[in-house]
Design a protein around this ligand. Structure first.
Ligand SMILES: CC(C)(COP(=O)(O)OP(=O)(O)OC[C@H]1O[C@@H](n2cnc3c(N)ncnc32)[C@H](O)[C@@H]1OP(=O)(O)O)[C@@H](O)C(=O)NCCC(=O)NCCS
Length: 156
């Protein structure tokens, strides 16, 4: 089945849309959603690139990454709950990988909640491997903190 996904760079005029996508994706997991100021601050920092995926008039998802020397980090990926399992995150991560590799990164790192099986399955399917763990890293509303699993993808 085809999609009408259209990918663009995340621009200053998209801050509210990116913040909305982030809050809708992360707040149900008990994480703090990012404000437009959070997104603006990130986009203004060195080596950061963001992407916004749309379909017609709908915002589908977004991703933000950062490159420092030969290491890159996926800072976030968020897909609208109404449009999950349609390949949006896979598409966004493919674009992130191409961008950071083009910018000279040899490794892409990310951190994911140990209690987030969907995201972990996504990263496993793309070839990321577990590189470490931070105990109790993610505060969760009304639940014990979750460990962060650090994952890495070799780009070279
Ligand atoms: C994780 C998230 C980004 C996935 O977005 P998505 O667009 O639904 O993912 P895709 O459709 O591209 O999935 C690609 C593959 O990842 C795996 N996957 C994705 N979501 C999954 C889930 N909930 N359960 C199991 N596997 C999943 C599957 O292998 C899937 O392929 P398939 O659909 O052909 O089986 C989305 O669920 C989300 O925004 N979650 C909340 C925010 C979040 O957890 N972000 C990552 C934090 S590090």
């Amino acid at each position: 089945m085809g999609t009408g996904f259209v990918l663009n760079s995340l621009r200053a005029i998209d801050l509210d849309r990116a913040s909305h996508l982030h809050r809708e994706a992360f707040e149900p997991m008990g994480e703090r959603g990012w404000t437009r100021q959070d997104v603006a601050g990130l986009l203004a920092s060195p080596g950061v690139a963001g992407f916004l995926l749309t379909e017609g008039a709908s915002d589908i998802g977004m991703a933000i990454c950062r490159v420092v020397a030969d290491e890159a980090e996926l800072l976030t990926v968020a897909v609208d709950p109404a449009h999950r399992r349609r390949g949006a995150a896979r598409l966004l991560l493919g674009v992130v990988v191409d961008r950071v590799r083009g910018d000279g990164a040899r490794t892409l790192f990310l951190e994911v909640g140990a209690d987030n099986p969907g995201a972990r399955a996504l990263y496993d399917s793309l070839g990321f491997r577990t590189a470490g763990r931070r105990a109790g890293y993610y505060a969760r509303h009304g639940r014990p903190a979750a460990d962060a699993v650090i994952m890495r993808l070799n780009l070279s």
